[in-house]
Design a protein around this ligand. Structure first.
Ligand code: NDP
Ligand code: 8X3
Length: 251
């Protein structure tokens, strides 16, 4: 049985990833900051799929908390075959000159530094076993830069650089490294981005059929079910009504 470690499962893609990987038979380690949601998801997964699951409640921005959480894993959860770095967010959407530095710090600390902290702790075990797979959740924002998105786009460009760097450095250790780069997906993402403003969040998806978390779980399933000799480097996936980060056909 393979073991997967998925960050940010209390909502959105992460929750869909955890459910999908459980369906595929993975033993799971699932993380997030909202303990009540973590425990509810773990219970749902055990009841539905009868796989072993371990919850870890911590903030990926806190390096010591990452270390303590991962070191606390019971032995049978220590051999991680698949790491999905999903926890992340956008905070704010305004021109650089009007943006809030706290928002910038939240995005860089979560999307970039948090991903580095978690990966740094899990990669040594993969190297020791000479096998593993890492999937980083990037974004179309890692490929294009759009108005009012400089720091979020920077954070996802950084995720892409880290993904490529890991692929190079871990090549000789038989570890596959790839990413998923979605466009617009309706989750709690825009509610978080607009600091809880539901109307602004809804307006993001007005007149389009956005992707949903299941669509992104389909992409993850494709990546993790390829044979060992196949490495999917990136899947870029958009709603049919989205051409790029700023051209959307709203009907
Ligand atoms: P959600 O807001 O629905 O989920 C985000 C998840 O990340 C939550 O489980 C949250 O858990 C977790 N998280 C956020 N900050 C932290 C933190 N500091 N420590 C630990 N966990 C954290 O958004 P999505 O599912 O849409 O986003 C998932 C990933 O997908 C992100 O990296 C995002 O940038 C990316 N993405 C999203 C797109 C979209 O349009 N929705 C498109 C492209 C990429 P908790 O709050 O409990 O800690
Ligand atoms: C989230 C999607 O379009 O805001 O990464 O970059 S977008």
């Amino acid at each position: 049985m393979k073991t997967a470690f998925v960050t940010g499962v209390t909502s959105g893609f992460g929750k869909a990833f955890a459910l999908r990987l459980a369906k595929l038979g993975y033993r799971l380690i699932v993380t997030g900051r909202r303990a009540d949601r973590l425990e509810a998801l773990a219970e749902q997964i055990v009841q539905t799929y009868n796989v072993e699951i371990q919850t870890l409640c911590f903030d990926v921005r806190n390096q010591i908390a990452c270390q303590k959480a991962i070191e606390s894993l019971p032995d049978k959860f220590k051999y991680i075959d698949l790491l999905v770095n999903n926890a992340g967010l956008a905070a704010g959407a305004s021109p650089f000159q009007e943006s809030d530095m706290d928002d910038y710090e939240r995005m860089i600390d979560t999307n970039v530094k948090g991903l580095l902290y978690v990966t740094k702790l899990i990669v040594p075990g993969m190297i020791a076993r000479n096998k593993g797979q890492i999937v980083n959740i990037s974004s179309i924002a890692g490929i294009e830069v759009y108005p009012n998105g400089s720091a979020y786009c920077a954070s996802k460009h950084a995720v892409n650089a880290i993904t490529k760097g890991l692929r190079i450095d871990l090549l000789k250790h038989n570890i596959r490294v790839g990413s998923i780069s979605p466009g617009m997906v309706e989750t709690e993402f825009s509610i978080v981005r607009y600091h809880g403003d539901q109307d602004k969040a809804k307006a993001v998806y007005a007149g389009i059929v956005p992707l949903n978390a299941e669509d992104i779980a389909d992409a993850l399933e494709f990546m993790v079910t390829r044979p060992e000799h196949v490495s999917i480097n990136d899947i870029q996936i958009n709603p049919s009504q989205q051409a790029n980060t700023y051209l959307v056909n709203r009907i």
